[in-house]
Design a protein around this ligand. Structure first.
Ligand code: PLP
Length: 395
């Protein structure tokens, strides 16, 4: 076993060597621009991009024409939300999202508020799920977009896609989801799930960084979005710029591997995650954050009371995990996601996110369990708060 052990697969996943292998020729001999129509270099690149579109389409149940390539999920979230607002604002200016969304969605919505959008940020219940009654109460004929993530990046909590889509569609609103954490991990099907627009990223499913896509429905209804980048009219006019051919080839291959291996892999990771969680729950004053029923199989977010998450990570240098969201860990504010579940600042600060992945082994999970138990024990021995708690609880 090599150290440190990587259990931060929600932040990014390692590139699968099988993905790298198919990408390599597109950096060297097959370097053509996919938009070059006049020679074989261009045709070869275009053919590779078309194949990737089909591989992606097969994984999510759409057609190849409905895939718009972007630089990642952040760009796809921006393009989807801003693109809908710009295209449909004559119909209404209301957007509904949730407080547990990724910053790529929340900050985009905040930006649109400055441009005249009215945004409702739905709260979540203790288990991290939105309240459908609250959604029904918020939605009006002015609502043009409901955007709710598929699986949460911090807790793994899965929102009820179909139920949300039905409510959105009853009011003539489009339904968008940031499915970056769900695609390739659990079955995602745009028709079954009622999704009109969907953002995702290659580097969360064992593909390369810097490439992602936006799914945009072409039938029932035909969705139109305004481009947020102009210049050349690539991607059916929705996203200009020379395509990142090696990256796109990698995203396609990564999707194909997920489609073939996902079912087995979800079972394996679910069993490893449950084993780890059961072992760690034997630690006194430990808590699971978010639903354990509606949850991605490879994610576990735990709080160990009377232990600072940051201190715990420092005490476990051979374990790569994160406390709160990787995107906000530079700030000392407790995670907005955990706070919205109703956690106190204390408990939010004492949380650790575990993200298992394709290359996680049983041996690594055993190592993690032992390491965490020791580190929590050690830090609590040094903690006056823990001492007080023990005195009170044994009286
Ligand atoms: C990682 C992530 C993003 C950002 O994706 P990039 O491709 O890194 O821009 C957006 N949303 C969610 C839910 C994520 O997990």
């Amino acid at each position: 076993m090599e150290l440190p052990v990587y259990l931060d697969n929600n932040a990014t996943t390692p590139l699968d060597p099988r993905v790298l292998e198919v990408m390599l020729p597109y950096f060297t001999s097959k370097f053509g621009n996919a938009a070059s129509r006049s020679h074989a270099f261009g045709w070869i690149a275009e053919e590779a991009v078309d194949q990737a579109r089909e591989q992606i389409a097969r994984l999510i149940g759409c057609t190849d024409k409905e895939i718009i390539f972007t630089s990642g999920a952040t760009e796809a979230d921006n393009l989807g939300i801003k693109g809908v607002f710009e295209m449909y604002h004559a119909k209404g200016n209301h957007i509904i999202t949730a407080v547990t969304e990724h910053k790529a969605v929340l900050d985009t919505c905040k930006h649109l508020e400055k441009l005249g959008a009215r945004v409702t940020y739905l709260g979540v219940k203790e288990d991290g799920l939105i309240d459908l009654a609250e959604l029904k109460a918020a939605i009006t004929d002015e609502t043009i977009l409901v955007t709710i993530m598929y699986g949460n990046n911090e807790t793994g909590v899965i929102q009820p896609m179909n139920e949300i889509a039905n409510i959105a569609h009853q009011y003539g609103a489009l339904f968008m989801t940031d499915a970056t954490q769900a695609i390739g991990k659990i079955p995602v099907d745009v028709d079954k799930d009622g999704i009109d627009i969907m953002a995702f990223s290659a580097h969360k499913l064992y593909g390369p960084k810097g490439v992602g896509a936006l799914y945009v429905r072409r039938k029932n209804p035909r969705v139109k979005i305004t481009a947020q980048m102009d210049g050349g009219g690539h991607e059916r006019g929705m996203r200009s710029g020379t395509l990142n051919v090696p990256g796109i080839v990698g995203l396609g291959k990564a999707c194909e591997l997920c489609r073939l291996e996902m079912d087995e892999e979800a079972k394996r990771l679910g069993a490893l995650r449950d084993k780890m969680e059961t072992a760690l729950m034997t630690i006194e004053e430990s808590y699971i954050n978010g639903s354990t029923v509606h949850r991605l199989p490879h994610v576990s977010n735990l709080s160990f009371r009377y232990v600072e998450g940051e201190a715990l990570m420092m005490a476990m240098k051979n374990l790569a995990v994160s406390s709160g969201s990787a995107c906000t860990s530079a700030s000392i504010k407790p995670s907005h996601v955990l706070k919205s579940l109703g956690l106190s600042d204390d408990l939010a600060h004492s949380s650790i996110r575990f993200g298992l992945g394709r290359f996680t082994t049983a041996e690594e999970v055993d190592y993690a369990i032992e390491t965490i138990k020791k580190a929590v024990d050690h830090l609590r021995e040094l903690s006056p708060l823990w001492e007080t708690f023990k005195e009170v609880s044994t009286q």
